[in-house]
Design a protein around this ligand. Structure first.
Ligand SMILES: Nc1ncnc2c1ncn2[C@@H]1O[C@H](COP(=O)(O)OP(=O)(O)OP(=O)(O)O)[C@@H](O)[C@H]1O
Ligand SMILES: [Mg+2]
Length: 580
């Protein structure tokens, strides 16, 4: 609750002038809706009491006042719209940037835990609901409150008993409503959570649509969607049933108040203690109160629902403490490119992957990494990149502990060709440029040539300006890999990490690329993970990973002589080649 309010305050503070403006307009509205019936009361009382020319001058003044109030109402509405134009779009922009600034610093594990779709939905909830809540607060809550104040002032002059009745009703109405809302606040939260799960599920389903088609599992998927949508609908039904009860309570309490008002009005009129004008005024004011509080009743529901969704979204978005890197002690300076693992302990959460792993990669060394699938190869390089924090030991680059250097400097020192190459849905050129934005067009093309992808790109209808499609889907796996290789070539960092960079390529392209790689690797520390061992024969040294442990270490010639996993893998692959 506290973080909810502090969030609303933090995103409204920069726009406090507009927010205050909205609030003042709402007070103005309350004034107008009570002034109008007051002028009408004066008209009636004047008609009943005065006559002749005096009546007409009085009426003329009253009509002018009536017109004035009407014009005031129109101006207020105009000013309100003007404020909205200035306030909400700018605030939405502010919130989007604020949230994204935070989210972009989160560790990879956060994104693995949350569906991309439900995260997107949550950002949308925060962005749109914040302004809605502010609007409901100004528009309804404030207007209601001040209408009440102005009505009470009017009532005091007519008969103070109405004020007491109104106050008693108000205590019952508000007390009861708030008590009911607070004791059921979890209903909105849970239904928002269930809704967001449905959204996340559907986005995941869209991402896997090709599998659904290939396995022809449409009915199965539809059943799953129905199950989870049904759960959400049960939660929503529980929430709506509650609101039904709330409205029933509000309706009954108001009717009782109306009844007592009628009784006093009629007796006052017959005793002549209440003028016909006041009679009409009170009836109209009661109607205003009913209108305002009735819409308040529905708006409270909207408010509650949106507040639930907003709290839910903020809970997820703010669930991670900002990543540790508060103030890096130093900037990483890579002169040689030596990497040391010292007693590294790491686990993703369940069983440990590395239990005290130590290994040194010498400057300029070309290191091959092989091993069983799931052996920890990708994890090994992810730790060097500080995509995850280690739980024990140290990783040093040129003697500097990566835990203490800035992430920016660390990532600048390393080029990566990841195992899964995903591209932005932007032009191919922008994708290649990503690692080094300020290079010339010619440099981009040169990198693409080295990565054996230039001709393919040139043959596209829009050449280098072609959009890559969502996640780069317009390109084949091998083409995506080559685009990422061009990106790494361009970045030209002193340490180069490749996670199966040629796994989706045919032999010919792989051979061609081999030559380019030799050039790119020159003078760099290189880590290349590969399953096809022949791609690693040129490497200075090979690490063999068996379940979370380096089981062998040495150049190809040496490893092949030893009894062990490497020889086993090698023999299997050779036998396979011979068969072919
Ligand atoms: N983000 C993650 N969260 C939890 N466990 C993970 C995560 N990534 C990997 N693992 C686990 O860590 C182990 C090592 O995975 P890793 O990706 O490093 O293997 P790998 O050697 O690269 O395998 P492959 O050759 O198949 O790419 C696996 O058992 C895997 O299940
Ligand atoms: Mg891997």
């Amino acid at each position: 609750m506290k973080s909810f309010f502090s969030f609303i305050i933090s995103v409204t503070r920069p726009f406090w002038k507009y927010a205050t403006g909205l609030w003042l307009v709402s007070v103005g509205w309350a004034l107008v809706v009570t002034l109008q019936p007051y002028v009408v009361k004066q008209v009636i009382d004047t008609v009943m009491s005065a006559s002749g020319p005096q009546l007409y001058t009085k009426l003329l003044w009253l009509l002018a006042a009536y017109l004035g109030v009407g014009l005031g109402f129109i101006s207020l509405n105009f000013y309100y719209d003007f404020l909205i134009v200035r306030f909400f779009p700018a605030q939405k922009e502010f919130i989007t940037v604020k949230l994204m600034r935070r989210l972009m610093r989160y560790p990879v594990s956060f994104y693995q835990k949350h569906f991309a779709g439900s995260l997107t939905g949550k950002i949308n909830d925060v962005v749109s609901h914040t302004s809605n809540l502010i609007e409901i607060f100004a528009d309804n809550f404030t207007t209601c409150f001040f209408t009440l104040i102005f009505v009470i002032i009017n009532m005091v002059y007519i008969d103070v008993r109405f004020v007491w009745a109104l106050l008693v009703w108000l205590v019952i109405f508000l007390g009861g409503s708030l008590w009911m809302l607070f004791s059921h606040s979890d209903l909105s939260y849970y239904s928002a959570e269930a809704r967001s799960k449905v959204l996340g599920h559907i986005v995941d389903l869209f991402a896997n649509m090709s599998s659904v088609r290939l396995f022809f599992r449409h009915n199965h998927e539809l059943r799953l969607v129905q199950q989870i949508a049904h759960k959400a609908s049960l939660k929503e039904r529980a929430r709506d049933r509650f609101f039904l009860k709330l409205h029933l309570f509000q309706g009954i309490s108001f009717s009782l108040f109306e009844l007592s008002c009628f009784y006093w009005l009629l007796s006052g009129l017959s005793n002549k203690t209440i003028s016909p004008g006041s009679f009409v005024l009170l009836l109209t004011l009661n109607l205003q109160i009913l209108n305002q509080f009735w819409s308040l009743g529905t708006e409270i529901r909207d408010f509650w629902e949106k507040m639930g969704a907003l709290q839910q979204a903020l809970g997820t978005i703010y669930s991670v403490e900002q990543i540790k890197e508060t103030r890096p002690e130093s900037e990483l300076v890579v002169t040689k490119g030596r990497i040391d693992f010292k007693d590294v302990y790491f686990s993703y959460g369940e069983g440990p992957i590395f239990k005290g792993q130590s290994v040194s990669i010498l400057p300029g060394q070309r290191l091959g990494v092989v091993g069983l699938s799931g052996g920890g190869k990708t994890t090994f390089v992810n730790l060097i990149l500080k995509l995850y924090d280690i739980q024990g030991g140290k990783i040093l680059i040129d003697g500097q502990d990566i835990a203490t250097v800035s992430l920016e400097g660390l990532r600048q020192a390393i080029s990566v060709i990841p195992q899964e190459c995903i591209l932005f849905n932007r032009s191919v050129e922008d994708n290649i440029r990503y690692g080094k934005p300020d290079v010339t067009e010619e440099e981009v093309r040169e990198a693409a040539r080295k990565a054996q992808i230039h001709t393919t790109i040139e043959n596209l209808p829009n050449g280098y300006h072609t959009l890559a499609g969502e996640r780069g889907m317009k390109f084949s796996g091998g083409q995506r890999q080559r685009i990422t290789i061009a990106r790494a070539i361009l970045k030209d960092a002193p340490i180069l990490i490749m996670d199966e960079p040629t796994s989706s390529m045919d032999g010919v392209t792989e051979e061609e690329l081999g030559k380019a790689f030799a050039q790119v690797m020159k003078g760099k520390t290189v880590i290349m993970i590969a399953h096809r061992l022949h791609t690693l024969m040129e490497m200075d040294r090979i690490l063999v990973f068996g379940e979370g442990k380096i089981v062998q270490d040495g150049p190809h010639e040496q490893l092949i002589q030893q009894e062990g996993l490497y020889r086993k893998l090698w023999n299997l692959q050779m036998a396979d080649t011979k068969k072919k």
